[in-house]
Write a protein that binds this ligand. Sequence first.
Ligand SMILES: [Fe+2]
Length: 229
Amino acid sequence: MSYLAKPSFKGSFDKYIFKRHGSKFINELRNNVSTSLQIKNLDEMHLEIELDKVNDFRLKAFKSINNITGWKKKILELISPEIHEILGLDLAIQRNLNLSIQMPGDKNSVLEKHLDLRSGDSPFQRVVWIPITNAFESNSIFMLDEESNYKPINLNYGEFLLFDPNTQHGNIENKTNKTRISINVRVKNWFSPDLSNFAPDRQFGVYYEDLCFSESTIRAFEILENEKN
Ligand SMILES: [Fe+2]
């Protein structure tokens, strides 16, 4: 895989975000959601369902995508090799894929500008953000650029982001006439500090699990195991 486009913003911010074409896994995610919700055109779902039913649909799709066989490995393929340059070879991943639905005019889906750290997330992680509809203008994710402009990141279906949640981000009310559905999941270095004293619900085993290890780490674990016997 190669970069589809240079990162959207200049300066040091470049290091923390990249956007590129995904793989057939993004197709698989979209087809899975479309089938589970029985909605063909996902970006038009607001024409078929009422706003107060959106959470039921979200939960249904959430369960369905988390049953995709081997999704963690597929995420790793999507973000490799860059993720290793950013976070190293020993990685942990969030146990579940998350799913957001942002229908036009839904004020409840607005997430104010924030840093994930403030809600208990580790600052050592990166977020994989995969829209399965086109994401543009007010229906997309917003981020602060280096001039402190809070701007949307426009992505065509098939593109995804790997971003640093230590950069302010969020969304605003969707004023477009299209629904946006996106999937996100967090990845961190397996050896990054355990901060679960501050956020018990973010513990390893509860919130994260193993994703991949370097040969050297696997060897070290084997040595430790043999020492026990
Ligand atoms: Fe966030």
